[in-house]
Design a protein around this ligand. Structure first.
Ligand code: BGC
Length: 351
């Protein structure tokens, strides 16, 4: 079967290759891959900046944002042939640490977790894969191919859950949310903010086109100026760019008691002048919280299936701006101006 692979650490090493069918030891469910979504992490991996092969292999199959259809399911597994499923990206570390043992592998304490298509486990950009039933989430058939948005939704479902848990430390009645970045993660963070009845403001650099339109269709407010220039003081700030200047803006422009959630993974090496005394003074006097959030566990997957089911399918389908066939995958990685979420069609490769 065909797989989209890369040699981690080697820029330009991506290729389509034939690989063996998944071994039954990999799990009792056999799944047909339908589509995989691409994100900044995949770009980093194909640029040789991130990613790790499974032990004993010299390549990594890409693909962590995924959607598949069950081809074989053992009786009693709770799954049936034809079910739409998403493979859970992160798997607990082998020890497991106390967090992984509690099912919170997203909070792994010893860093020995693995991630499909990213770190130490093959991804799902291959025609078929296997998993145990507890390593997948089942979606309602009505979600259809929009189910490929589940994984990026889990990232913001976790972020929102953590914000709300932190908010409960004291009296808290948030009203205004600022989201920096109108990429898929920012837009999905905005969706979840709107679903919570909050007044959501999304900041991005573009002045026209699909992104402002998607924000407005949610009933949120779009800003093409910077957070400090807008004068907005939000109760919750979801930083979804990882761009150092924007991260600093988010950390320094909240309302008193603001909760700032950082979700964008940035590269090291960029130094900025920063008035740490002022930032610290504001955080202390304002009881602010600045925290990072990565990945998601099963609970967040379940929250996300509800969030997707409650969202407008037309709005979600507009997030998927391009679907590229597997054999033309390089086109998927060539960014186009109005790209939001680009997905690769895997199912069609076998037809
Ligand atoms: C994925 C997460 C993963 C993170 C770090 C993100 O792109 O969506 O599941 O934990 O990268 O590897």
């Amino acid at each position: 079967m065909l797989a989209l692979t890369v040699r981690p650490g080697q820029q330009g090493s991506s290729s389509l290759r034939q690989m063996a069918e998944p071994h039954p030891d990999e799990g009792s469910l056999l799944v047909q891959s339908l589509v995989v979504g691409l994100c900044g992490t995949d770009s980093e991996i194909i640029n040789g900046e991130y990613g790790e092969t499974p032990t004993g292999e010299d390549f990594l199959v890409l693909g962590h944002e995924n959607l598949g259809r069950v081809l074989e399911a053992p009786s009693g597994s709770g799954m049936s042939v034809g079910d739409l499923v998403v493979g859970i990206v992160r798997r607990p570390d082998p020890e497991p640490c106390t967090a992984c043992a509690a099912g919170e592998w997203d909070m792994c304490r010893n860093g020995r977790y693995t991630e499909h298509g990213i770190r130490g486990l093959h991804g799902l950009a291959r025609e078929r894969w296997r998993a145990e039933p507890d390593a997948v989430v089942r979606l309602s058939p009505s979600v259809g191919r929009l189910g490929v948005l589940l994984e990026p939704t889990t990232i913001v479902a976790k972020a929102w859950e953590q914000v709300e848990r932190i908010g409960k430390r004291a009296f808290w009645q948030p009203g205004v949310v600022a989201v920096t970045g109108a990429g898929p993660v920012g837009l999905l963070a905005a969706l979840l903010g709107v679903q919570r009845g909050l007044s959501v403001h999304v900041f991005d650099r573009v002045t026209a086109g699909l992104k402002p339109d998607l924000v407005r269709s949610l009933g949120a407010t779009y800003h093409s100026d910077s957070l400090p220039d807008s004068g907005l003081r939000a109760d919750v700030l979801m930083e979804c760019t990882g761009v150092p200047e924007v991260v600093v803006d988010a950390m320094s422009n909240g309302a008193p008691a603001a909760i700032v959630c950082l979700t964008g993974v940035s590269g090291p090496g960029r130094r900025l002048p920063l008035d740490v005394g002022d930032l610290n003074r504001q955080a202390v006097l304002g009881n602010e919280v600045i925290f990072g959030s990565v990945n998601a566990n099963r609970r967040h997957c379940e929250q996300s299936t509800c969030a997707l089911a409650a969202a407008d399918p037309n709005w979600m389908s507009r997030l998927i701006t391009r679907t590229v066939p597997l054999h033309r995958y390089p086109e998927a990685f060539a960014r186009q101006p109005d790209d939001v979420k680009v997905v690769i069609d895997i199912e069609a490769a076998g037809q």
